[in-house]
Ligand binder design. Sequence first.
Ligand code: SAJ
Length: 428
Amino acid sequence: MVHDFHNSVAVVGLGYVGLPLALLAEQKGFTVTGVEASAEKLSELKDGVSSIDDSIVTDNLSGSSVYFTDDITSVSGCGIVIICVPTPVDKDKNPDLSLVKKAAEAAAQSMKPGSLLVIESTINPGVCDEVVIPIIESATDHVVGKSIHIAHCPERINPGDPKWNVGNINRVLGASDAVGLEIAFKFYGRLVDADIMRMGSIKEAEAVKVVENSFRDVNIAFVNELAMSFKKLGINVNNVIDGAATKPFAFMAHYPGIGVGGHCIPVDPYYLIEYARSNGFEHRFLKLARDINESMPVYSVDLLEQALIERTKQTLDKVTVCVLGLSYKPNVGDDRESPAHSVIHTLKTRGATVTTFDPYFPKESSAESLDDALASADAVILVTAHKELQSIDPAKLGRVEVFLDGRNVMREKFKDHANRITYIGLSS
Ligand code: SAJ
């Protein structure tokens, strides 16, 4: 083990990004301090407990010697301090940097000369240079690039992914100065068994993350628009995408759905849109992609209502609709920016009675079980393709007459029930 100042590492924010990072660093021989503001989470961590679905946490939390604390001044003994706090958007989709700013200022006030502050939280280009560094230099005697170094290494955690984790995902790195870049490069080189690309500046590193996630958002918007178009043309867009994906180069399959949720994809484009706008450029394409993806929940409810009227002559204000799934993606319990919220709001606004069920959200579900949620339903909307929800048997759907499959995963199951239930997939 290298006994030097940069062998002591602090991680600020112990969520799905920070906790696996802290535990992996400990496994790699670093002395690790974990700073967590939530008293409840801190108490669980001290008891070796966490609800974070990540193999590194599952394998290493119990018996770990990470020093868990809520006292950010404890970073004073660490040569490397890594900030992994949330960077959400507010209700008007404006970036909210408040947690990053607070953590950076508090940490820097305790950090010693020669130490390195790394931000892993997703931030837009310009945040380090124009927000974080000025805050640090006005709140402390530090001179960034001299007494303290700043780097950005955007997190790339994919929640629930059994293959990719903080230990094996390639990373990009930008820093305020050459010394800081090398300290960071050495640290991540020891931490991860993957490639570390040194960018030309902190701004380039910040841009990588918002670009990779905006790339995904626009590709999803592309297939969502195709789905709406092909619905009119009587073409199954998923089959067409699968056909296009047989091309071994220059095509990357994405699939239409009832909406784009999560803490990354629907959020990160707004960081770039807002920063570019404040510098005189309008990202029309990124904004259009966001508008298309944000329109999918209402588009799906419209499809449901049309099918209900055709089959039962009833509008939504006359029926009970069961919404299945609150999470933004399958087999995880995370409802941040989930399209389920917009689907439920739209149904209620149109007068429908709504029941909900998500096995990962027992308390938030209106029914205690899937059967209870379905018992009184005249129609169903599947928002999340949890494996438990895909086990539904169409023959046991009681009086359900319309089933809208927001993730296009159950067409096969319903093909022999058309006499009783109108099945609608988004893909055709
Ligand atoms: N979605 C679609 N169609 C698609 C893919 C996704 O509608 O073809 C929807 C999902 O249903 C979900 C949302 O988009 O509601 C986001 O899905 P996601 O698979 O991108 O899941 P995330 O938010 O966990 O994205 C993470 C991101 N990782 C990081 O930001 C570090 C993202 O960059 C990854 O590309 C993604 O995982 C991944 O590849 O799984």
